[in-house]
Design a protein around this ligand. Structure first.
Ligand code: PMP
Ligand code: GLN
Length: 428
């Protein structure tokens, strides 16, 4: 009998939306509103710090640094985030720097989820939570956010998507160990408000659950809303790992610097995974991010703070994209945070030849058709759903608006031309 080569933990996790769609977007030379990355540079002081770190011949910044985070970076992270969590953070025990938020999340799932443990995942969800749970031997239990349109005539918004707390509680069993939260949420742009988070935190405390809170878009919250950290709520610090990303914070997704905050009793287990897998991430990038936080700490919340400037810039881009999508009849859902906005493509269905394979969710087929025939890339929202639920929201696609105005205008040109040539019902 032939010997099985691959480990069993790889079963069911072999497909990856980013691998597939990044390659297609390049192949069809698309205007890319698909994968979430800025097509502009990080702030120049950060790129200069990176470049200086690796070209200064007297520095050791091209060499290994401390395994769990470059000392200046963990110090800056502790200083910046301590007050935001309402905790005195010890840089050596309450902060772990890893290879992007992906690295921090992977350490968290490996460290906390055991064979047979159940993990609550709120749908739609950033796709990696599912394979990371499965690779740790856990079982995913999905709880949906459902759209409840406002009855006051307001346009649809990501915040109309609500969690039914009774439904959440009904899914908890003796095996439930972890709840995964993502706010602001990718792909909806929903920002959980304080009341929702308090209710979720009561459930975590009541059922003694751990919480992995992915907050990579924490600075990108629009319309004056506040980002609330669940770890700052009563009873939550000791049971929460909060994950962040320099990629999103400083518009430098390629640097792959991310982190986890938490109590030492949890973080010490993440450190074991980290030290035995990646050991540490690029020193030069960590040094630049450390300098970035040092600088922003001095002007936090002020108009010249990068986090304020980026947020304000992105809110304008979001508004612009919202109007563009509305004009062509794509029915966007106003996003409250993150890089993303979803839109309903029903009106364009008649413009696209019908799919031949009913097993593929319609939005997946549509986005591939649009890349190939219209040279415009987006991401199907079904990619953020578990297999049994993928077809529930297959009329939505996700657009990324952290792009130069020229890129957004190029997308507008494609959509307007397509819309004006279309034979279907026009936008209202
Ligand atoms: N979490 C969410 C919600 C994301 O959108 C992303 C994508 N960037 C990540 C985690 C991974 O972040 P990083 O690039 O820092 O690994
Ligand atoms: N987080 C990014 C997004 O949602 C991309 C992640 C990736 O490319 N793996 O678009």
């Amino acid at each position: 009998m032939a010997r099985r080569i691959q480990a069993r933990r790889l079963e069911g996790v072999d497909k990856n939306i980013w691998v597939e769609f990044v390659s297609l977007a390049a192949q069809y030379k698309t205007v890319n509103l698909g994968q979430g990355f800025p097509d502009f540079s990080p702030p120049s002081y950060a790129t200069e710090a990176f470049s200086k770190a690796i070209t200064d011949e007297h520095s050791l910044l091209n060499q290994y640094t401390r395994a769990f985070g470059h000392p200046p970076l963990v110090k800056a992270l502790a200083q910046m985030f301590g007050p935001l969590f309402g905790q005195e953070l010890n840089p050596l025990t309450n902060v772990l720097v890893s290879v992007g938020a992906y690295g921090a999340l992977f350490c968290a799932f490996q460290a906390l989820v055991d064979e047979g443990d159940e993990v609550i995942i709120i749908e739609p969800f950033f796709d990696c939570y599912e394979p990371m749970t499965l690779m740790a031997g856990g079982q995913c239990v999905y709880v949906p956010l459902r759209p409840k349109p406002a009855d006051d005539g307001r346009p649809p918004s990501s915040n109309d998507w609500r969690l039914d707390l009774a439904e959440l509680e009904a899914k908890i069993t003796k095996k439930t160990k972890v709840l995964v939260l993502n706010t602001p949420n990718n792909p909806l742009g929903k920002v959980f408000d304080k009341e929702e988070l308090e209710e979720i935190s009561h459930i975590c405390v009541k059922h003694d659950l751990l919480c992995i809170s992915d907050e990579v878009y924490e600075w990108l919250v629009y319309d004056g809303k506040q980002h609330v950290r669940i770890a700052s709520l009563p009873g939550m610090w000791d049971r929460t790992i909060t994950v962040g990303s320099a990629g999103k914070t400083f518009s430098a997704t390629g640097w792959k610097v991310g982190w986890a905050f938490g109590p030492d009793c949890l973080l010490k287990h993440l450190r074991v995974v980290h030290q035995n897998s990646v050991y540490h991430c690029a020193t030069g990038a960590q040094e630049a991010v450390a300098q970035g936080f040092q600088k922003e700490l001095e002007r936090l919340g002020q108009p010249d703070c990068y986090f304020v400037q980026l947020r304000d810039e992105l809110q304008k881009k979001r508004d612009w994209l919202y109007h563009c999508l509305t004009e062509v009849g794509m029915k966007p859902m106003m996003s409250q945070g993150s890089y993303f906005m979803i839109a309903d493509i029903s009106r364009f269905k008649s413009e696209v030849p019908p799919p031949t394979d009913d097993n593929i969710p319609y939005d997946n087929y549509f986005t591939k058709w649009m890349m190939k025939h219209k040279q415009l890339a987006s991401i199907p929202v079904s990619a953020f759903y578990s297999t049994p639920h993928k077809k529930q929201f297959e009329n939505y696609i996700r657009f990324c608006f952290v792009k130069e105005d020229a890129t957004l205008k190029a997308a507008e040109k494609i959509l307007k031309k397509w819309s004006s040539e279309s034979t279907g019902p026009k936008a209202q």
